[in-house]
Design a protein around this ligand. Structure first.
Ligand code: TRP
Length: 508
């Protein structure tokens, strides 16, 4: 097969590992992990979590990187070459979901940016963090930040691997340093170590609870950036000799180590200050943790600004990867210039982020400063995140496992691998992973049948709890579901049918 002429390549192995770990380490590791680990009972979360890492996470990481590296193409093209049009359709469907996820991921970052400014100007603690976050949600400042953050993403992606690499070489080491600072500060607080016991004392009762397993498996997929073609796009810029088995394992371990220590930082504060964790996922990072930081004996404002800055850079190195995935795919299929593909994704993405950030969507009823009313985002997240990643993972494992043939991929990867994959890898991808994901999805659907606005808000990650601005809008969850499913399926169908892959060059 012809080498794609001039397709851009990572400058070094380090560049790729930093980019892939920058993608994996993001809001998922700090915002969602802390909240999930708390909700699912600390020590009870770890057994399912490690099972998810070894059974599902690392193998799927190797599959997603593997098809990118061996085919040297972004997700749809790589799937087309390995598994035909069914695979391409699946990949486009996942990329449309990636665009939706990018929209609200960036809205979340816009809120992070606004909170960071409040911390720097010293206004964060004036009326309590909860009230500050409430006023941020209701103000139009995040709208400005939506433009700023999409703009930064465009700059970081403007020259492909070159600019991505430059970005991650600064941000990824920096976020480790900041996180380690926070952990040291947290653990040295009075009673800070109690959080560690809570987090690490295994609780075998929790293991019998299906929702804990479901939470751990969903968390793992999101955290490792699987199911949206991200790792495939990044690995498509690797040279032919690259060892994705070792790299994939390494990136997965680095991601989970970061998540681990982020948990330590958060739980040490919760225990030291006897904080009442918020019932909502976002509340944990936007309100509870900054409130804890406010009680630091010294330099509270500095640490608060640091915390939001950390969230911001961790999120940015992830958002660029979510956006690069469709950009790379459009270039591979239609032979477009990078600027054209990026411009198209941005116009759609900015519009979506604005809808999620619009103050009117966040109207509060004034009673409670907790993040009420972010329900549109919540609903999109429920469908796009709660289902699409796992569905893509399921179908991908079946197609690559049975249609392309996992042993073919395994042989290709083993050629360059320092630690070769044994036959167990095939058993995992062909049988165990599809069964495990099917069971998790089945549980999700069963929970869904208990359909009500509350159930929709609460099942899965649930940003939102309580009676919100949905009174009289009972049709909204169903409507969003219909628009999401119809739109993404139709879009994926069209993208698969139009054009063909005769733009072998692709990249510059
Ligand atoms: N993994 C990132 C996080 O933890 C988010 C992310 C980036 C992602 N790319 C992805 C999630 C692809 C799912 C799929 O925040």
């Amino acid at each position: 097969m012809a080498e794609p002429a001039g397709r851009s390549v990572w400058g070094s192995k380090l560049g790729f590992v930093l980019a892939a770990s920058g993608s994996a380490i993001g809001l998922g590791n700090i915002v969602f992990f802390g909240a999930n680990a708390y909700r699912f009972g600390g020590g009870a979360f770890y057994v399912p979590y490690f099972a998810a890492l070894f059974v599902l996470g690392i193998p799927m990481m190797i599959v997603e990187m593997g098809i990118g590296q061996t085919q040297r193409r972004a997700f749809p093209s790589a799937m087309n070459r390995t598994t035909g049009q069914k695979g391409e359709f699946l990949a486009w469907w996942s990329l449309l979901n990636a665009i939706v996820i990018a929209m609200y991921y960036i809205t979340l970052l816009a809120w992070v940016g606004t909170m960071m400014v409040r911390a720097i100007t010293g206004a964060l603690y004036d009326d309590g963090v909860g009230a500050t976050f409430g006023s941020v949600l209701g103000s139009s400042v995040p709208v400005i930040f939506v433009f700023v953050i999409w703009g930064l993403n465009a700059v970081f992606l403007s020259r492909g691997t070159k600019t991505i690499e430059a970005t991650v070489k600064v941000f990824v080491p920096l976020m480790w340093v900041f996180m380690i600072l926070l952990v040291i500060r947290g653990l040295t607080l009075d009673n800070g170590l109690q959080g560690v016991w809570y987090l690490f004392t295994p609780n075998f009762k929790g293991i019998q609870d299906a929702s804990v397993w479901q939470g751990a498996f969903s968390q793992m997929f999101f955290s490792l950036s699987l199911g949206l073609g991200t790792m495939t796009a990044y690995a498509s810029y690797l040279p032919r000799k690259a060892d994705v088995v070792t790299n994939g394992g390494m990136v997965s371990f680095m991601n989970c180590s970061f998540e681990f220590i982020a948990g330590l930082a958060i739980f040490s504060m919760l225990f030291s200050f006897s904080l009442q964790p918020s019932s909502s996922t976002l509340g944990m990072s936007f309100v509870v943790v900054p409130t804890g930081i406010g009680e630091f004996p010294a330099a509270a404002t500095f640490f608060a600004a640091l915390f939001f800055f950390l969230l911001l850079i961790a999120g940015l190195t992830s958002s660029i990867s979510i956006i690069e995935s469709p950009v790379a795919a459009l270039r591979d299929k239609f032979g477009w210039a990078r600027s054209k593909a990026l411009a198209l994704v941005m116009v759609i993405g900015v519009a979506g982020s604005l809808v999620f950030a619009l103050p009117i969507m966040l109207q509060q009823d004034g009673k409670d400063a907790a993040p009420l009313g972010i329900s549109l985002l919540d609903l999109m997240d429920h469908w796009a995140f709660g289902y699409s990643l796992l569905i893509v993972g399921l179908v991908e494992a079946i197609l690559i496992g049975h249609v392309y043939g996992i042993d073919k991929l395994r042989a290709e990867l083993n050629e360059n691998a320092r630690f070769t994959l044994g036959p167990w890898f095939g058993v995992l991808v062909k049988w165990i992973i599809p069964v495990v994901i099917s069971v998790v999805l089945l549980f999700n659907v069963l929970a869904e049948l208990d359909i009500s606005i509350e159930a929709l808000g609460l099942a899965g990650r649930g940003f939102y709890e309580g009676d919100g601005p949905f009174d009289g809008l009972d049709f909204l969850p169903g409507l969003i579901f219909g628009v999401w499913l119809g739109g993404t399926v139709l879009g994926a169908f069209l993208l698969t049918r139009i054009g063909s892959y005769d733009h072998e060059g692709g990249d510059a």
